[in-house]
Design a binder for this molecule. Structure first.
Ligand SMILES: Cc1cc2nc3c(=O)[nH]c(=O)nc-3n(C[C@H](O)[C@H](O)[C@H](O)COP(=O)(O)O)c2cc1C
Length: 167
């Protein structure tokens, strides 16, 4: 389908054709308290230095937290963790909901919160941020990484999917 003059809806729909994994960005919002945000804009950027990026909506609660704290975790979700993705895509977060969803945090040796029981956990230091339209691009230098066995949660055309093997 050719759509020459895209509406915002069509633009979102078009970009949804690019399959991604799903991450949760985590920041310590006040001592011992964590705010998380679901993000699929996560991308690797550079090997030397080791940089990644994530794009954050200017309306997100996460934005001022990242600007202030400048340290964040990235947790790559596993297949089956759709409910965790949906939870961190809502602004309201509570200890009860986290208990119900078995969400557990871990503090990295460097003191950054990440989600336990995820495929990959990275701790990052913000090295640059750039305003790009209604989002800001946060570039993070990766300080620590913990990898686990398992398969990823995928996101395609607004739906959660998992890898299928044809052998
Ligand atoms: C699969 C998925 C991917 C998302 N990716 C992003 C993203 O990359 N950047 C972003 O700003 N919001 C993204 N969102 C929306 C935020 O998770 C959502 O707006 C959240 O409520 C904002 O967090 P906060 O206001 O609590 O900080 C995504 C949502 C979903 C379900």
């Amino acid at each position: 389908m050719l759509t020459p003059h895209l509406t915002a809806f069509e633009f979102r729909q078009a970009l949804g054709h690019f399959t991604t994994g799903v991450t949760v960005v985590t920041v310590e919002r006040e001592p011992g308290k964590i705010h998380g945000m679901t993000a699929n804009s996560f991308t690797s950027v550079s090997l030397d230095p080791m940089l990644i990026l994530v794009c954050v909506d200017h309306r997100a609660k996460m934005l001022p937290l990242l600007e202030k704290k400048k340290r964040f975790g990235i947790s790559v979700l596993r297949a089956g963790q759709e409910a965790i993705s949906e939870y961190f895509a809502k602004s309201e977060q509570s200890a009860e909901a986290e208990e119900r969803l078995s969400i557990r945090y871990r503090w990295t040796p460097g003191g950054i919160p990440v989600l336990e029981n995820t495929l990959l956990q990275l701790s990052c230091q913000v090295t640059a941020s750039h305003i790009a339209g209604d989002h800001s691009i946060f570039v993070g230098e990766v300080e620590e990484a913990e990898m686990h066995e398992g398969e990823p949660l995928l996101y395609f055309r607004g739906e959660y999917l998992r890898i299928a093997r044809h052998s």
